[in-house]
Design a protein around this ligand. Structure first.
Ligand code: PLP
Length: 463
């Protein structure tokens, strides 16, 4: 592990914070220091039982370590432990939340909007679909079968009917299937995912917006994972670029700072293009109230208590790494994407022919998936599992994902984009989320460990 800068950053800043309260009479802490030290040793030992999420060789699930400045700011805020439910609970951290959320909305070109942090992407999506249900209580929510599994559950909680739309072989929502649903006239909201959890696939938002003009429905963009890629949309391939370009026309957007935004867990964000949806939270307030700087965040959110420290950490991180195209943060995303493209290229060019990447092309964001070539999907699934374990022995941590086998078979140009993914045809694949800025520099180490593991499991020539 590199030297952790947090303890020294923290000691200086804590002194500065404590100085502001020195006029108060002192009181003694009754905490037993020796006992706490012993217990923390136990905690340290127990926390060792984890995958090394902080290390570049952890390239499995969506885990990006929080930035040191975020950890330090979070810990510093814990001296106060503010609650962003109300100004009374956290004056400074409420202000910082408003500023940080303005920074996030700025990525999407929004200046007049309603938005706030949440404890997670799930809570943020719940809130967006709750508003959708308030606006159209009798209408359905639809989302692609590759949308996050919580949309269906959230809809059930809200007692809104939910319909799953087939995804084509790139993992994107199939527009023909969507339009067939829209023709029925009872779709209230379409959930469009920019960056699916499994593949990092980008639903064709621009084309969904064309349908919105024809059929009239609400567009909720779930960009919990992919939202920050708006900063580098010019570097994406055409379909994803067009989708991200269109994002400002969405009715609501969810983005998770605790996914790509270098934040500790407990940090999602929901944004509404029309600030007047604030009326659903608080009925007796005029429209302008909800854009006023003086609003209480608890009056525009479903959750009550919420960690003010999350807002402080986010604010500090955005201070250090402003959310602007071409900035250091954006360059980190570009580097993650470059790493994913390079691994994908090597998988495709590998001479041993052991790998079957997605038949339809390179990753849209920074997530790579591939299947092992084998006589049957069962065998391919078993191989993926074995290679996953063999990589872990070599300290390379990947992930597994189940996808339709058909997505890995060559496709003819003439074929319709949808190959319906019957669950019978699923195969376990290897998946790597290359979301750390360091991953690009570690590519060769990752590739070496992967190919050595494959050779061990499958035999055959090294490449
Ligand atoms: C992670 C994710 C969610 C859920 O967010 P949590 O913060 O884990 O609750 C929702 N949608 C997408 C696309 C995601 O990637």
């Amino acid at each position: 592990m590199p030297q952790d800068p947090v303890p020294s950053l923290l000691s200086r800043a804590t002194e500065l914070l404590e100085k502001q309260f020195t006029s108060l009479p002192t009181f003694e802490s009754t905490a037993d220091l020796a006992a706490m030290e012993r217990i923390l040793e136990d905690v340290a030992l127990r926390m060792g039982d984890n995958y090394p999420y902080f290390h570049p060789l952890y390239a499995g699930q969506m885990l990006k370590p929080p930035h040191p400045v975020a950890r330090a700011a979070y810990a510093l805020a814990m001296t106060i432990n503010p609650n962003n439910h109300a100004r009374d609970g956290g004056r400074a951290s409420s202000e910082m939340e408003i500023e940080a959320v303005q920074g996030i909305a700025g990525i999407f070109g929004w200046t007049e909007f309603l938005g706030h942090l949440t404890s997670s992407g799930t809570m943020a999506n719940l809130e967006a679909l709750w508003v959708a249900g308030q606006l159209a209580p009798e209408k359905r929510i639809v989302g692609s079968e590759q949308a996050h599994y919580t949309h269906q559950r959230i809809s059930a909680v809200l007692k809104l009917e939910y319909t799953s739309i087939a995804a084509g072989h790139r993992g994107r929502m199939d527009l023909e299937v969507l339009e067939a649903e829209l023709r029925k006239g009872d779709v209230g909201t379409v959930v469009v995912t920019l960056g699916t959890t499994a593949l990092g696939a980008v639903d064709p938002l621009d084309e969904v917006l064309v349908l919105r003009a024809r059929y009239g429905f609400r567009v909720h963009v779930d960009a919990a994972y992919g939202g920050y890629f708006r900063l580098i949309f010019n570097a994406l391939d055409a379909p994803a670029r067009r989708a991200f370009e269109a994002i400002s026309h969405a009715d609501s957007i969810v983005i998770d700072p605790h996914k790509h935004g270098l934040q500790p867990y407990g940090c999602g964000c929901v944004l509404f293009r029309d600030p007047s949806v604030g009326r659903f939270y608080k009925h007796d307030s005029p429209y302008t109230y909800f854009t006023s700087k003086q609003l209480h965040l608890g009056e525009i959110s479903l959750e009550c208590s919420r960690a003010g420290a999350s807002a402080v950490a986010l604010w500090a991180t955005q201070r250090l790494l402003p959310l602007v195209p071409g900035g250091e943060f954006a360059r980190g995303l570009a580097s993650s994407r470059a790493a994913a493209l390079e691994i994908d290229r090597r998988l495709r060019q590998d001479k041993s022919g052991r790998f079957q990447p997605l038949a339809t092309g390179a990753p849209e964001l920074d997530i790579v998936v591939w299947k092992l070539k084998a006589a049957s999907p069962e065998r391919a699934s078993a191989l993926a599992q074995e290679i996953f374990s063999a990589c872990a022995v070599r300290d390379l941590h990947l992930a597994l994902v189940q996808l339709p086998s058909a997505w890995f078979e060559p496709v003819a140009e003439s074929e319709p984009q949808s190959r319906t993914s019957d669950s019978a045809g699923l195969v376990t694949c290897l998946r790597s989320v290359l979301m750390k800025p360091e991953h690009e520099a570690w590519l060769d180490s990752i590739w070496e460990r992967l190919t050595a593991s494959c050779t061990e499991v499958m035999g055959g020539n090294r490449s």
